[in-house]
Design a protein around this ligand. Structure first.
Ligand code: ZN
Length: 212
């Protein structure tokens, strides 16, 4: 509960990038003790959404910079299309069932529902992780996992209608994977990453007040 609450606050910018997070205030607000709040914060630290500051407590991570976004997508475009092609060749019935469950979850996002927004971002992370692991290459999977890209991207895109657009792109990826179509999966992932990068560029180019 503390995790879901804090994740949603961070993803929807109710806790602004860079803002200090007071453990006692969060605990009071939720009517719980400080221990689960601390645990939630250390989980969020593991995905780099918050960072621990000596003697100060926790702080929300700043948004990604232009340079970080550029580097992130350059790397993702090199390895994720490859991973998708390999995954399409090797999809098991079990992975296909999971893909379809993720697909259903992603289409259920309701506009303006804060909790649903953070759940969408987590479903996006699961989809890309499934593809990375489906490649059968552990180094590829670990490299993608270590980027912790998805929560950061969707936090930056909160002011846009990214889930609706990404859902269409994800559908194309999922269809190619289910059809065991390596070329189609490779193309669909590359196209999704290119469009996602464009969305990030648009948000980063917008004046500060449009990002709120
Ligand atoms: Zn995605």
């Amino acid at each position: 509960m503390a995790y879901e609450h804090l994740l949603t606050m961070l993803m929807t910018l109710r806790i602004a990038p860079g803002e200090r997070i007071a453990i006692d205030a969060v605990a009071r607000q939720l009517g719980i003790s400080q221990t689960p709040v601390r645990e939630a914060l250390s989980q969020l630290e593991a995905v780099k959404l918050v960072s621990k500051m000596t003697n100060v407590g926790y702080r929300a991570s700043p948004q990604m910079t232009h340079e970080e976004v550029r580097d992130l997508y350059a790397l993702r475009k090199l390895i994720e299309p490859y991973a998708a092609a390999r995954a399409a060749e090797a999809m098991t019935d079990e992975s296909i069932a999971e893909l379809q469950a993720i697909d259903r979850e992603m289409t259920e996002v309701v506009d303006g529902d804060a909790l649903a927004y953070s759940q969408f971002a987590e479903a996006d992370a699961r989809l890309h992780r499934l593809i990375a692991e489906g490649s059968g290459n552990r180094l590829v999977a670990e490299t993608i996992e270590r980027l912790h890209a998805h929560l950061h991207i969707f936090r930056a895109l909160y002011s846009t209608n990214a889930p609706t657009r990404a859902a269409t792109e994800h559908r194309a990826i999922i269809e190619a994977l289910v059809a065991h179509d390596p070329d189609g999966a490779e193309r669909a992932v590359l196209q999704h990453l290119e469009r996602s990068e464009q969305r990030m560029d648009t948000v980063l180019a917008a004046p500060e007040d449009l990002q709120k």
